[in-house]
Design a protein around this ligand. Structure first.
Ligand code: NAD
Length: 442
């Protein structure tokens, strides 16, 4: 008999995972305690931007294999395998706030009606699964056996559907052969297609996820630290990164110097790892991550400072800035800890008029930054701007017409804070084109 699956928490991760499980052939019930989210998903609508997901999700909702609701009791009755995909946002001091996980278990476990496997997918501090095991044992009804596994998720927003169906690795933190068996059933298709499987214990599975994110953050901050040096030494960080990347021990990916990382994962996971390691008495082992975080935040400060200088210094900053980008990265409308939005907000706080254009993230960006003005087109955002900032590297920004935009803006300076625009057409159109750690020859 085919296992039945519930997915608890249907945000970016859970909605994608639920649709992916339906695509793999399972009957799936997604549960979210936000009724508006559950209602939208039930109607086949994805309440965030993720390429390919609306089609996949709507298809399986219409086909009846995928349902959404708000009842954990219904999930307890329905599924053999329950995936926990709730949020683990930053709490005080950067430590992860695990209250959503505990609330989900408290709502689910007492209502279980048969033996089952609960699988954590959320990113958690090492040691969480062990604590949850105790909670589950205390809450489980008499005679019901509940197993817990950890199966961290590595999907990339913007490529979430592909990554869910073709995971580049599967990590199963398990304590019983039954749990491994059930996870192998769930992932039969990707395993048959070649996704490697790492079987390990619970703490290793938890740590694999946070250390992967800490490594990615380190790579980005490393190249940004080199960009700082390049700026001073008259060197070019884009060529430096290209040359480094040709060494396949280093590789080209995540070596794009620019405004640094953001989003709902990397910044919070780095800080949560520092907090947890410190709690465990191993703070020294991850001390370097404080520098990784500091380098990352300096990128934003640098762009804010340069912009204010261009506008005549902090005290006289009354100019207009046109901002291209609000999402934390392209192909996403996620604005959680977005470097672009952070820069825009800091400038606004310094008295600058800021108008932002983003191809997908206007609605969520306006919700968290109502003090900014949002425009419907790039040209409208640049209208009478004294300085233009390119802050999220959407592909369409590479196709903008610098000649036309010169007639729209008041000033003529653009800072390409992502180092992804071709300077040549901007320079030819008379722009003062600036980049971060990159040499631009006029
Ligand atoms: P999110 O905030 O978008 O989604 C969490 C969802 O859980 C929300 O819809 C919320 O309403 C729901 N929820 C909260 N408490 C609940 C409860 N008690 N019962 C039912 N639903 C509940 O977060 P996300 O980005 O999807 O991330 C979820 C987890 O996955 C985090 O730990 C994150 O670090 C991890 N993760 C995220 C990604 C990503 O790209 N977004 C990738 C890998 C791992």
């Amino acid at each position: 008999m085919m296992l039945r699956i519930s997915v608890i928490g249907t945000g970016y991760l859970g909605a994608t995972h639920a649709a992916g499980m339906a695509e793999l052939g399972f009957e799936v019930l997604g549960v979210d305690n936000n009724p508006a989210k559950a209602a939208a998903l039930s109607a086949g609508q994805v309440p965030f931007h993720e390429p390919g997901l609306p089609e996949l999700l709507a298809g399986h909702v219409a086909g009846g294999r995928l349902r959404f609701g708000t009842s954990l009791i219904a999930a307890a009755e329905f599924a053999d395998v329950h995936f926990l995909c709730v949020g683990t946002p930053p709490g005080p001091n950067g430590a992860a706030d695990l209250s959503q996980l505990y609330a989900a278990l408290d709502g689910l476990v007492p209502h279980l009606t048969r033996n089952c496997l609960i699988v954590g997918k959320s990113t958690v501090p090492v040691g969480t699964a062990e604590a949850l095991t105790d909670r589950i044992a205390a809450l489980a009804p008499e005679g019901i056996s509940v197993d817990l596994a950890w199966n961290p998720e590595f999907l990339r927003e913007g490529h979430a559907v592909y990554d869910t169906l073709h995971p580049n690795r599967l990590v199963f933190g398990v304590t019983t052969p039954d749990a491994e068996w059930a996870l192998r059933q769930v992932y039969t298709t990707p395993i048959a297609a070649g996704s490697p499987v790492v079987i390990t214990n619970l703490p290793t599975a938890e740590l694999i996820k946070v250390s992967a994110n800490a490594f990615l953050a380190t790579k980005i901050s490393f190249i940004n630290a080199m960009a700082e040096l390049c700026d001073i030494a008259g060197a070019d960080v884009t060529l430096l990164a290209e040359a480094l990347g040709h060494d396949d021990r280093i590789g080209h990916k995540f070596l794009g110097a620019g405004l640094g990382y953001g989003g709902g994962c990397l910044p919070k996971d780095v800080r949560a790892l520092i907090a947890r390691a410190t709690e465990l008495g191993a703070g020294e082992s991850v001390d370097f991550l404080r520098d990784i975080d500091a380098v990352n935040l300096r990128r934003r400060e640098r762009v804010v400072r340069e912009t204010l200088d261009l506008l005549g210094g902090e005290n006289r900053a009354r100019g207009r800035v046109g901002v291209l980008g609000a999402a934390f990265k392209p192909l996403s409308d996620d604005v959680r800890d977005s470097p672009a939005l952070d820069v825009a907000r800091q400038l606004r706080a310094a008295g600058v008029e800021v108008t932002v254009f983003d191809p997908a993230a206007t609605v969520p960006a306006r919700a968290v930054a109502p003090q900014l003005v949002f425009a419907a087109t790039p040209a409208a955002a640049l209208h009478e701007a004294d300085v233009v900032l390119h802050l999220t590297e959407w592909r369409e920004f590479r196709e903008l017409d610098p000649v036309f935009l010169r007639t729209v803006a008041r000033g003529r300076t653009i800072i390409d804070a992502r180092n992804t625009l071709d300077p040549e057409p901007w320079l030819s159109a008379g722009w003062d084109f600036r980049a971060l750690g990159r040499l631009v020859e006029p």
